[in-house]
Structures are given as C-alpha cells and as structure tokens.
Design a protein around this ligand. Structure first.
Ligand SMILES: [Fe+2]
Length: 204
C-alpha cells in the first residue's frame, strides 16, 4: 500500500515535471495553482461519488436483492457524477491546468444495505460534495478568478441543491414505510422514474 503511494507520487512528480505548464505559461490566463488544485480535488471527489453510487447500484441490482428501482436510481446518479467529473476535467484543460485522475479502488457490493441506509448515505455524500464545491468557490473568489466562480456556481450549485432536495424526499418517504410491501411498492415507483434499461433485464 505504502509502495503504491510512493510510486504514485513519483509518477505524478515525473508527469508534472515533463508537462511544460507553469502559472504564467502562455496558455494560462491568471490560473493560479490553488484554484487548479481545488479543481483537481473536485474531479477526484466527483469520481469517488460516482463509484460509490455505482457500488450502491450493483448492490441493489444483484439478483439476491432485486430492488431494480433503487438500482436504476443509483445507476443514474453514477452517470450524473461521472458527467460532473468530466465537466471539471474539461474545465481544467480549458484553463491550461493538468487534470489528475483518481486511482480505482476495488469496492465490494453491500447486498445487505437497506433502502433507507443507502439513501441516507447518498444524502451525506451530496452534502460533502456541496461543501467541497463551496470551498472551491471560496478559493476561486480569493484568487479573483471570476470565470471559475461563475462556472462552478452557475452549473454545479443548482445541481447540488436539486440532488439534496430530491434525495431528502426519498429519505422522508422511505422512513415512513413499515413493511416489505411498502418497500416493494416504493421500489416499483422508483423503477418507473429511473428505469434500469439493461437489455438482459428487458426480457424479464
Ligand atoms: Fe456531482
């Protein structure tokens, strides 16, 4: 584990030394290293969130669990977060920064997770990502990088508030359910809004 970390650090240093970027390079217009680092932190947070959602999705889509509605919901969240990470990668490139991509860690599906636990975890995740975005806005404001402030505020803050609101409704509604029938019914309701359309499931 330690060796992997050292190797990763050395590789990163090597890459950064080879890439001819500096704060005042001709392709960087007042793009300060603090903002660049905060964007990279955000890229990694979005990728981590995407993978956590993917892990939740596969947990619910496993045939021993078969909550296809919850699986479809988390699969959609996975795509959304992955798209966010791509947006930040594109932004980093557009400012002449160097996007740093996360290493993948193996995650084991948790087929024992309940619907309420999963949605509460999703809510925590969204609150954490939102705080990170607020930190990023603060760093960009301090650097007087208004282009970055505008990019992050206009696109991502609205998305975050929508996600927190949407997941909060699910937490409230699922918490009211008291039996297996209620959960099954709610999952069916999720499945109509967030269908998981893999071709093998369409035949069921
Ligand atoms: Fe996101």
């Amino acid at each position: 584990m330690l060796l992997t970390h050292i190797q990763r650090t050395l590789w990163l240093r090597n890459v950064l030394e080879r890439v001819p970027f500096r704060e005042n390079s001709y392709y960087r217009h007042k793009y300060c290293p603090e903002v660049e680092a905060a964007i990279n932190k955000q890229i990694q947070a979005e990728q981590e969130a995407a993978l956590k959602y993917l892990n939740m999705a596969v947990s619910f889509l496993h045939p021993s669990v078969s909550r296809l509605g919850a699986g479809g919901f988390f699969m959609k969240m996975y795509h959304e977060e992955f798209q966010h990470s791509e947006e930040f990668i594109h932004y980093q490139l557009s400012r002449g920064g160097v996007p740093l991509i996360n290493g993948l860690k193996i995650q084991t599906p948790n087929i024992k997770i309940t619907m309420i636990e999963a949605f509460k975890q999703a809510l925590d995740l969204e609150h954490n990502v939102t705080e990170l975005i607020q930190d990023l806005i603060g760093i960009a404001e301090k650097a007087k990088d208004y282009h970055c402030v505008d990019f992050v505020t206009s696109i991502f803050m609205t998305d975050q508030m929508d996600s927190i609101n949407k997941i909060s409704h699910h937490v409230t509604e699922i918490a009211r359910l008291c039996d297996e029938y209620g959960l099954w019914n709610y999952d069916q309701h999720l499945a109509t809004t967030y269908p998981y359309n893999h071709k093998s499931l369409k035949k069921l």
